[in-house]
Design a protein around this ligand. Structure first.
Ligand SMILES: NC(=O)c1ccc[n+]([C@@H]2O[C@H](COP(=O)([O-])OP(=O)(O)OC[C@H]3O[C@@H](n4cnc5c(N)ncnc54)[C@H](O)[C@@H]3O)[C@@H](O)[C@H]2O)c1
Length: 282
């Protein structure tokens, strides 16, 4: 089946980026969120990111309006019934994703592949909620989606080879590089990255060094383009905490204990860049 119409659930940091890259590659996109203000904010971000691409000469002004014209914002999820593929990028909470997958399983045609951009939640468990576990797969994009090349393609226990190949091909169509990973808490990227970010937070909490100093060490000593605390702010501190909790629950090792400072900052509503305050002020 040829994929032409794509549904994207969630218009936040990742959802708007995913809608952007699908529309840029010529797909018709239905972007769905729970409130108009989230859709408006998502579309505004896409517009700004397209302006940035135009300023760099990657696209023309006409391309910008064509890309935006291919994205239809929707509040009603049942409008996704006509989609040939759906990718979910809603908040990183199992209950939220479970409700979405249960509903999409009813709304979408049985042959349609349903993907999740989850950073850490079990694809096997999400698949088991549906009547099409062979057609459930992780399509894990990286932030900022229009720029980052990697897509971790996560195979749940029941994901079929056909589904995997279709999503691999889709990632290539988006000019991304798919990498095959089996389902496990945090997959590869966050299994390795999040404990680093969490440990950097412990270093700040224990007064080993300031956030700025920790980030300098990684930028200058390890040639990281961004220090771990600036990166945590960029990802979103709530997202980091959710991922640490999924790994703590799923892997059971105390080394995945979220840093108390991270918990406190999220409780305070300091979520990083998106809230204007995290380890840095924005
Ligand atoms: N932020 C990152 O760097 C990053 C990277 C890779 C993957 N992810 C994953 O992408 C997903 C989204 O993360 P984000 O950073 O974009 O979060 P975000 O908070 O920026 O956006 C989440 C969006 O989902 C919407 N939403 C919540 N419940 C919904 C529902 N029932 N139906 C439709 N929309 C709903 C919210 O209103 C919000 O607009 C998460 O699973 C996260 O783990 C995040």
């Amino acid at each position: 089946m040829k994929i032409q119409r794509v549904g994207v659930i969630g218009a936040g940091t990742m959802g708007n980026g995913i809608a952007h890259v699908f529309a840029r590659s010529g797909y018709a996109v239905l972007l769905c969120d729970v409130a108009q203000r989230f859709l408006d904010r998502g579309l505004e971000t896409i517009g700004k990111n397209l302006d940035r691409e135009a300023a760099k000469g990657k696209i023309t002004a006409a391309d910008k309006s064509a890309v935006l014209g291919r994205i239809e914002p929707v509040l009603e999820r049942k409008k996704l019934a006509g989609c040939d593929f759906v990718v979910e990028a809603a908040t990183e909470k199992f209950d939220i994703k479970a409700e979405i997958f249960r509903d999409l399983d009813h709304i979408c045609r049985p042959e349609i592949i349903l993907a999740s951009n989850t950073s850490s939640i079990s694809m096997t468990k999400l698949a088991a909620i549906t009547k099409r576990p062979d057609k459930i797969i992780g399509m894990h994009f990286f932030n900022p989606v229009p720029v980052m090349k990697l897509v971790e393609v996560i195979r749940g226990l029941a994901t079929s080879d056909e589904t995997f190949q279709a999503v691999r091909e889709l990632a290539l169509q988006l000019e991304k590089t798919p990498v095959e990973v089996n389902d496990a808490p945090g997959f590869v990227s966050n299994r390795v990255l999040m404990p680093l970010l969490n440990e950097a937070m412990f270093a700040v909490m224990e007064g080993v060094a300031t956030a700025e100093a920790v980030d300098e060490v990684f930028k200058l000593g390890m040639a990281h383009p961004m220090g771990p605390l600036a990166l945590a702010d960029f990802i979103g501190l709530d997202v980091c905490l959710d991922i640490m909790r999924v790994m703590q629950d799923g892997l059971g090792d105390p080394k995945y204990r979220p840093c108390p400072l991270l918990i406190k900052m999220v409780d305070a509503g300091w979520l990083g860049r998106k809230s204007g305050r995290g380890f840095y002020k924005y």
